[in-house]
Design a protein around this ligand. Sequence first.
Ligand code: GTP
Ligand code: MG
Length: 394
Amino acid sequence: MPPPVLVPAPTGPLTIARGSDPAVKLSLVIPTFNESKNVGTLIGQLHGLLQGPLEGKYELIVVDDDSPDRTWEVALKCAEADPRVRVIRRQGERGLSTAVIRGWQAARGEVLAVMDADLQHPPEVNVGLWAEMARGADLAAGSRHVEGGGVSNWSLLRRMLSRGAQLLGLLILPGVLSRVSDPMSGYFMVRRSALDGVTLDPLGYKILIEVLGRGHIKWVSEVGYVFRERVEGESKVTGKLYIEYLLHLLKLRRDTLWRSSFFRFCVVGTTGVAVDMGLLYLLSDPRSLGLGLTRSKILAAEAAIIWNFLLNDAWTFGERSAKAPGVRAKLRRFLGFNAICTAGLALNVGLLNLLFNLGHVNRYLANAVAILAVTGWNYWLNRQLNWAPVRSEE
Ligand SMILES: Nc1nc2c(ncn2[C@@H]2O[C@H](COP(=O)(O)OP(=O)(O)OP(=O)(O)O)[C@@H](O)[C@H]2O)c(=O)[nH]1
Ligand SMILES: [Mg+2]
């Protein structure tokens, strides 16, 4: 048998290609930098664990960033013993997240996965993750914050930093971070079809957030794991990674703004104001129809509510509406929307009065605060009650 050769590092945009090789079910990428003392042990353990559940149909792809300790050379030795091990030695590009994606670009499997090389991710958890994928999950993530999960010996400071980063993420990207209990985890599997043709563009270490943010992921499962202490090699975590994490969150926020249902709700609301204003002019202005102000306003407001409802039903919450089709369901949503918006209007007037008369806040500032609060109220209640997700999809 000829000695194994290095797989050339993919170049160009970080796009995940469609289509997989039926002979490979799982492609597990192991990013490495100076892990020569760990990678061989890990690969040995992985063969023992994956052979059975996957009937041998897997590949392990080591993506090494040209480590000074020649990790890639150790990995190549493993490839000599078993051709399911493939090795990329990257020389032009650096960084954990892009290493993972380059590995996925070279991968042939239907399920793409990643885990650390330093034995901090217990390899046996792969079996549980694979079981979730086999049940049909789009993404199965290892988590330190569900049953069976934890961190072995972290200082209070490290725990606080990790939780603080999670909280910050929840504020900036609630729709992404709320989907998993441990968004900082670097141990997960994702179905290729959920990333079909998607171009990833991460920064720093948190590849799971990138995948959840840009992928088309419906079913998410979690499996607990205990993050072990590093025995060999050194950590690459530096303060710079915290800044990169923040920049990554902001970049994802910007790029996925149109996907955010709250953003869409606000856009629709703004167009609704234009409808309301335009109709008020047409109906009540002396240069136009010249009807009574109250009558005109009621008609204009109801027209705006209908307009907003139709757009929210088709676009803002379109995916959820599609799960409950039919005229009756739509009518129920329409009545619910009316009720919530009417209650919102009462709240708006009440808040304005409270702030202006009791709080002595400037009337326009008070009005702005009331509008903001009521927009939040309308969005949240409509999302929870009116366009609630179908239970089995949760
Ligand atoms: N290819 C590649 N791999 C990297 C890079 N940085 C880190 N890694 C690998 O990514 C995995 C996680 O890195 P670690 O430094 O262990 O990070 P961590 O586990 O979050 O932090 P510690 O608990 O301090 O070890 C390890 O397998 C590293 O070898 C990089 O720039 N390129
Ligand atoms: Mg580590």
